[in-house]
Design a binder for this molecule. Structure first.
Ligand SMILES: Cc1ncc(COP(=O)(O)O)c(C=O)c1O
Length: 344
């Protein structure tokens, strides 16, 4: 890779406006040897900046630029009670001087914890629906009704679906994929696989779109593997591929091919449900904390790393392989009740 191929991908990704929240490329850190002998690398997207950091900063760069282009005066979004996406949208609104409304699962708590403490601090208005986090349809209807109300008040709200997983939002991770492959190339590393946690599918779709762009430019690309931590939403294989294609279409790259086989979702590591801790994730959280000082959470990144370790244990990769884990964040929920594993 001589730089010009990566540059041509970035030029395409510059076709849409972007509100800068992430100061520069996030670090790629050297990790320990995995079971089976492969080398682990950690892409620190928990260090994106913006209200405590995490994967949503990259999606919000494109989403907020779109909101501003549409003349929005308010952002509305939706998520589970401890949503990182909602917390980071609250921070984005604070940076841009936009009113932020968060539609959340569950009842209004007596004491706010974790991500909610920060959302409140950033000045967001929280609307507790009483709905269970698995009732996405109910939550999305509540988001639409808050948006309608703000529209009637003349605030031209920009309404963001769960996880910011639209084609516009996914472009943030197409860009991250190009950034990562360029960083690896500069280090002389050719990763075999890029593993990340997937839930609403926007991060995954973006990585798949970025990979397709790089491949079309003649660059060798790693496998992209999503470790699924939620039922339904956009976790299904066809939806992620469709979202990736929609993202490519937005930047005039509809001719870049995304195959269904490009989307790999491994849903074996969720346990019984979204946000229900698993022993494997708790082990992965302790291992990451003690191997590299990395802080993972029990809902997302801990389960994601448990999937990576599980796949390594099954002999999928050998001593010559380099595997990148994208650390998508989640630190604030560690400070919510039940957010940290016991210290074994
Ligand atoms: C810490 C963390 N990791 C991963 C994800 C999954 O990202 P996506 O919703 O784009 O699939 C989320 C989503 O909320 C998250 O907060």
């Amino acid at each position: 890779m001589d730089g010009s191929e990566g540059r041509s991908c970035i030029d395409l990704l510059d076709a849409l406006p972007r509100q800068r929240f992430v100061p520069g490329p996030t670090p790629v850190e050297h990790g320990p040897v995995l079971p089976g002998g492969a080398r682990l690398w950690v892409k620190r997207d928990d260090l994106t900046g913006l209200g405590g950091g995490g994967n949503k900063a990259r999606k919000l760069e494109y989403l907020c630029a779109d909101a501003i282009a549409h003349g929005a005066k308010a952002l509305v979004t939706v998520g589970a009670a401890q949503s990182n996406h909602c917390r980071m949208t609250a921070a984005a609104g604070a940076v841009l001087g936009l009113e932020v409304h968060l539609v959340l699962s569950g009842e209004s708590p007596e004491v706010t914890e974790g991500n909610q403490v920060l959302s409140e601090l950033f000045g967001a208005q929280m609307h507790f629906t009483g709905a269970d986090h698995s009732h996405w349809g109910e939550l999305e209807i509540a988001r639409e009704s808050v948006a309608d109300q703000l529209e009637a008040e003349g605030l031209s709200p920009y309404s963001i679906p769960i996880g910011g997983s639209t084609a516009v939002g996914a472009l943030g991770y197409a860009r991250a994929m190009v950034e990562l492959v360029e960083q690896c190339d500069a280090m002389g590393v050719q990763p075999k696989a890029v593993v990340h946690t997937t839930s609403s599918g926007g991060t995954h779709a973006g990585l798949v779109a970025g990979r397709a762009l790089l491949r079309a430019a003649g660059i060798g690309v790693p496998d992209v593997i999503g470790i699924g931590v939620a039922k339904g939403v956009n976790m299904g294989r066809p939806d992620v591929a469709a979202l990736a294609r929609d993202a490519l279409a937005l930047i005039g790259a509809s001719d870049v091919h995304v195959d269904e086989a490009d989307v790999v979702v491994d849903a074996r590591w969720m346990g019984i449900d979204y946000a229900v801790p698993t022993p494997e994730a708790d082990d992965a959280i302790r291992w990451a904390a003690r191997s590299g000082g990395w802080v993972l959470d029990r809902v997302y990144s801990g389960k994601g790393l448990s999937g990576l370790i599980g796949r390594a244990e099954s002999g999928e990769w050998g001593p010559r392989d380099h595997i990148v884990f994208i650390h998508t964040g989640g630190l604030p929920s560690v400070f919510a009740r039940g957010g940290a594993p016991s210290i074994a």
